[in-house]
Design a protein around this ligand. Structure first.
Ligand code: GLN
Length: 343
């Protein structure tokens, strides 16, 4: 290299680094705003109505939030209005059991395999029963039977004590005190006979050890926790940041336990559409029938969208579209090793 080039090269590198820094701060907001504009008027899907309170939620509600692993927050739309967290809570109760009792506990009692069935399938429970005793059951904690079983595994001498741990873990991941939406809790408690049947069946087959009624009640309560898009994105970012809430700095889940949690999200987070979702985004994610979806780009960012209308698999239509759009714009797919994240 001649003398002139040796002088120019470091200058070039410096300019490039500065440009990268500028791009880093601008790109996530652009991506979030772009997806909001693109999908704001998309009207596909329908609110869940098997829980009467969910049918009453405003279908136009649309909020996007992205939180980076260094705690920067980017939002568009309504990120303040709360919806019920629903099945997204399954991730955090599973994580809590793993934190308390290790990765093996969930694998042995419930399993970490996709069922390929709907989230509240009873046939899936029957299908698993035959393999019990021959190895890990072929089920997972992100479908209702596995989730009710995971809730039953949280240790505590009373329902109150277990609940305090469950809500406490959710609070830590969100970085604020969350509350149960009482109208949703009541509405689902009045109409959750199917989940009660699942709870009783799970006890009969040994996936729940005792008191299935308490497990179903606490599961119903955890599904009724109120969250907004920003809470959900912070929860997702906690998983993206190795279990440490990047906004509060609190280590919620041990770093070495996070990959197991993300693996179950990747295989089963969007139920029987999980494969399709992973094919297009590569992101571990979890949906809830309240209209929220969280997705995790490990080591980069967590993202969440709230939009109540769902597709046939029970996943928010706009949330899927917006998250895929933003993540792909920012190079969030963990399988695309050459891309750089915008965070
Ligand atoms: N509470 C809901 C139920 O048990 C959760 C389902 C979901 O969000 N997919 O049916």
């Amino acid at each position: 290299m001649n003398r002139r080039l040796t002088l120019i090269a470091p200058l070039g590198a410096c300019l490039l680094a500065t440009a990268a820094l500028v791009a880093q701060s601008a790109a996530p907001q652009q991506a979030v705003d772009g997806a909001y504009a693109k999908f704001k008027s998309l009207q596909e899907g329908k609110n869940a109505d098997y829980i009467p309170a969910l049918a009453k939620v405003d279908p136009n509600l649309f909020g996007i939030a992205l939180v980076t692993i260094d705690g920067k927050v980017y939002t568009a739309g309504d990120v303040k209005t709360e919806v019920s967290i629903q099945s997204i809570s399954k991730v955090f109760t599973m994580a809590q059991v793993i934190q308390e009792q290790g990765l093996d506990s969930i694998e042995k009692r419930i399993g970490v395999d996709a069922t390929g069935a709907r989230f509240n399938s009873i046939i899936a429970v029957e299908a698993v029963k035959v393999v019990q005793g021959t190895g890990a059951p072929e089920m997972n904690p992100l479908v209702n039977p596995g989730a009710i079983s995971a809730t039953s595994m949280v240790k505590g001498s009373s329902s109150d004590e277990v609940w305090k741990k469950i809500i406490g873990f959710h609070n830590d991941a969100a970085g604020r005190q969350l509350n149960v939406l009482q109208d949703v809790y009541k509405s689902e408690s009045d109409t959750n006979q199917r989940n009660q049947a699942i709870g009783a069946l799970m006890l009969a087959y040994g996936y729940i050890k005792d008191n299935w009624q308490q497990a179903v009640d606490l599961y119903t309560r955890q599904c009724s926790i109120g969250v907004n898009a920003k809470d959900l994105a912070t929860m997702a970012a906690t998983l993206a940041a190795g279990g440490k809430n990047p906004v509060t700095g609190k280590q919620v889940l041990d770093n070495n336990k996070v990959p197991g949690v993300l693996a179950v999200m990747a295989t089963a987070g969007l139920y029987d559409d999980s494969g399709k979702w992973l094919y297009h985004t590569g992101l571990p994610a979890k949906s809830g029938v309240g209209g929220g979806i969280i997705a995790v780009s490990p080591g980069k960012f967590g993202i969440a969208v709230v939009s109540p209308p769902l597709d046939d698999a029970g996943n928010s239509v706009r949330a899927q579209r917006a998250i895929a759009d933003i993540s792909n714009a920012l190079g969030g797919n963990p399988y695309a090793a050459r891309e750089k994240a915008g965070s």
